[in-house]
Design a protein around this ligand. Structure first.
Ligand SMILES: [Zn+2]
Length: 295
């Protein structure tokens, strides 16, 4: 059985901390480097429900995409919700490790997993990492569809193939428009509109899109039409957990570690319900028709 320090060294080769944004907090949050690791759980969010799941599973290591603490804290007392997570993990000898923007920028990374879930072919990063001479790392991905789809069909495919959430998929654009190319970015993609425009794609799928950036993108007709698909933040990043688990399994096989690697299927998107408007527009009607059982 490997020690935690050996596993985190392997994780550092998959998602080097040097790729993380300056404001980010990645790496090991809790855990004894000398502790042995047999069972690993991947999840998007280090919330209490996931900590409890890790304990129940008998995991020695929980690896999440989102940081537990992004800013400094002066307490991990168990009467704070984050402190309670820390207590739960430490009491049960579960280490916590975070791969956030370093996993976004890695090759393969979060948006590769999102593209894979959607069944579109990655062509290049949307925002290449200037320090990468191969041009393969970076934020978001520019992708091609194997065959053109209408925006209606693409939205249906996204609703079908991304993990089910209360939100589903919100759509902005002409449902009959032909989509051949799409930019995807796991997590909040609001800040990437200029890069999406510059890439010349027909559509952009991301999460957490706000009113004004979407409205401006829709009004900016001189830049040409751009269809927008807004999925739940969790749903755009969960596919990475499966990719990351398979990467760690490959390392485990290579090293002869025999790790047991699991992926949490608990939906930790904070939105828990969705009420369609009483008088559906074409888009809300599409949302209703695109609702399918979780994969
Ligand atoms: Zn995220």
């Amino acid at each position: 059985m490997p020690r935690l320090s050996e596993v985190t060294s392997a994780l550092a080769t998959l998602w080097p901390a040097s790729l993380a944004e300056g404001w980010d907090a990645v790496g090991t949050v809790a855990g004894d480097p000398d502790a042995e690791v047999r069972r690993v759980l991947f999840a998007v969010d280090p919330v209490q429900e996931i900590a409890d799941e890790a304990v129940k599973l008998g995991a020695d290591l929980l690896i999440t995409h989102h940081p537990l603490y992004l800013r400094g804290t002066t307490t991990v007392a168990a009467d704070t919700f984050k402190g309670r997570v820390v207590h739960t993990l430490i009491k049960h000898d579960v280490a916590l490790h975070v791969a956030h923007t370093n996993a976004d920028k890695a090759d393969p990374g979060v948006s590769d997993a999102l593209a894979g879930a959607l069944g579109v072919r990655v062509v290049r990063p949307l925002v290449p990492d200037p320090t990468d001479p191969t041009g393969r790392r970076g934020l978001g991905r520019v992708c091609e569809l194997d065959a053109p789809l209408t925006l209606r069909e693409l939205a249906g495919r996204a609703a079908d193939r991304l993990p089910a959430t209360a939100q589903g998929i919100r759509v902005a654009g002409d449902l009959d428009a032909t989509i051949r190319t799409i930019a995807v970015s796991g997590g909040s993609g609001d800040s990437l509109f200029d890069d999406v425009r510059a890439s010349g794609v027909d559509a952009f799928l991301t999460a957490d899109l706000r009113h004004h950036p979407v409205s401006e993108a829709r009004e900016n007709l001189s830049a040409g039409p751009l269809a927008l698909l807004d999925a739940a933040h969790w749903a755009t990043e969960w596919p990475w957990c499966e990719l990351a688990a398979s990467q760690l399994e490959a390392v485990s096989d290579r090293e002869g570690w025999d790790l047991r690697v699991h992926v949490s299927r608990t939906v930790t998107d904070p939105w828990t319900a969705h009420a369609a408007s009483a008088h559906p527009s074409p888009t809300t009607a599409l949302a209703a028709s695109a609702t399918r059982t979780p994969s």
